[in-house]
Design a protein around this ligand. Structure first.
Ligand code: NAG
Ligand code: NAG
Ligand code: NAG
Length: 362
């Protein structure tokens, strides 16, 4: 159904969360919680169990608000939460239109939204959505009712749903994403949003998204902005260093995009194998202390990520989060959480062309 389907790893488990979000005029903040392990990868690339694989925050839908934990995903552009007899892992919050005075049906045929790790089938409805204390009215969202098979990876996820922050053109349901609605309804002053993913597992303090601004507490120095193109908001990466070694892998430019719904950094298999070879991580984590930083050059500026960002450690078993792209015909790179934990990211919609800005995360 979805030609825009792409690889991603959405991993989480349910845990305690505390809504730590608030809105001041023109600025909407939402605190994120870093989720615990579980889940699996449809490509069977290792067993992924770690405490650092996903971040989610809480939103409400309906009046009075029904609470949901959602992954804020820059790699997709629809909003869905489970409803009805959703067969997914329990407990889940299920949306119930009968308990909401602001529900409106759209009368549209069922839709299927496909991610790299599963698909959701549902109906499109209109509702009032509250993100970080800001109310958006008449928001299209999908009430997830089922999946194409009973083995769908999405059924194993323990967050409730996904809130897409990507290009509106990526919307499978062809409706305005939450961010676009927020802008259209004048909820924010500055047409930017920023994402910080921290390393703390404290509820609400694992990360932060600020709609309408950026929080200086979470980055240092100025942001370097690049213009983006294409539906996924691609830009050029000019170089990749492993320690001080120039891999020469992107000397003619690599096409990349930033994906907060992915727990890995993915690229063409040959290049990834070369990078992993140069990193030389031991499975038994014996050389963890000595592993090099990996540095990406974007618009002439270097952004380094450290082993704690790109090594995935479970007990005494270490694997690299640099993973070969498995989807055929994909020649671009995906910069997921290992990159975003090290780099504070701003999506700037204030110019005619969208720009993405990067600064060192703190
Ligand atoms: C994650 O799991 C560990 C142990 O499995 C637990 O101690 C910790 O509280 C959990 N974190 C959250 C945020 O639920
Ligand atoms: C996390 O994964 C470990 C290893 O698979 C498991 O023992 C533990 O119960 C999991 N924790 C949660 C909260 O799912
Ligand atoms: C919401 O969906 C309805 C029905 O499909 C459509 O007519 C409308 O344009 C959509 N609204 C937005 C803001 O996307």
């Amino acid at each position: 159904m979805n030609s825009l389907k792409f690889q991603r790893v959405l991993i989480a488990s349910f845990c305690f969360f505390l809504l730590q979000s608030y809105a001041v005029q023109g600025l909407v903040r939402i605190g994120l919680t870093m989720g615990n392990n579980t889940s699996f990868n449809k490509n069977g690339v290792g067993m992924i169990t770690s405490d650092e694989d996903i971040y989610y925050g809480e939103i409400t839908i309906g009046t009075p608000g029904q609470r949901f934990t959602v992954v804020f995903d820059t790699g997709s552009s629809d909003l869905w939460v489970p409803s009805g007899n959703w067969k997914g892992k329990k407990p889940h919050n299920l949306y119930d239109w009968k308990r909401s005075s602001t529900f409106r049906p759209t009368g549209r045929k069922p839709v299927t939204i496909t991610y790299g790790t599963g698909s959701v089938i549902g109906v499109l409805s209109l509702e009032t959505v509250n993100v970080g204390g800001t109310t958006i009215t008449g928001q299209n969202f999908t009430e997830g009712r089922s999946t194409p098979t009973d083995k769908d990876p999405l059924l194993g996820e323990t967050f409730d749903g996904i809130l897409g922050l990507g290009n509106p053109k990526l919307s499978v349901t062809r409706t305005s994403p939450v961010w676009e609605s927020m802008v259209k309804q004048g909820k924010i002053e500055q047409k930017i949003f920023s994402i910080w993913f921290g390393r703390s597992k404290d509820s609400g303090a694992g990360g932060e998204i600020v709609f309408g601004g950026k929080n200086p507490a979470h980055y240092t120095g100025e942001h370097t902005y690049v213009p983006v193109s294409g539906v996924r908001y691609f830009f050029q990466m000019n170089n990749i260093f492993v320690g001080t070694i120039d891999t020469k892998k992107c000397s003619t430019g690599c096409q990349v995009f930033v994906d907060s719904g992915s727990s890995s950094i993915r690229g063409p298999p040959g290049l990834i194998a070369d990078i992993n070879g140069k990193i030389g991580a031991e499975q038994k984590c014996s050389n963890l202390e000595k592993l090099p930083d990996v540095t990406f050059t974007i618009s002439g500026r270097s952004f380094s990520i450290s082993p704690r960002d790109y090594i995935h450690q479970v007990d005494n078993y270490c694997t690299s989060r640099f993973q070969a792209e498995t989807e055929a015909g994909v020649n671009y790179w995906t910069l997921g959480l290992p990159f975003m934990r090290a780099v504070h990211t701003v999506y700037d919609y204030s110019l005619p062309n969208v720009h993405i800005g990067f600064a060192k995360s703190v």
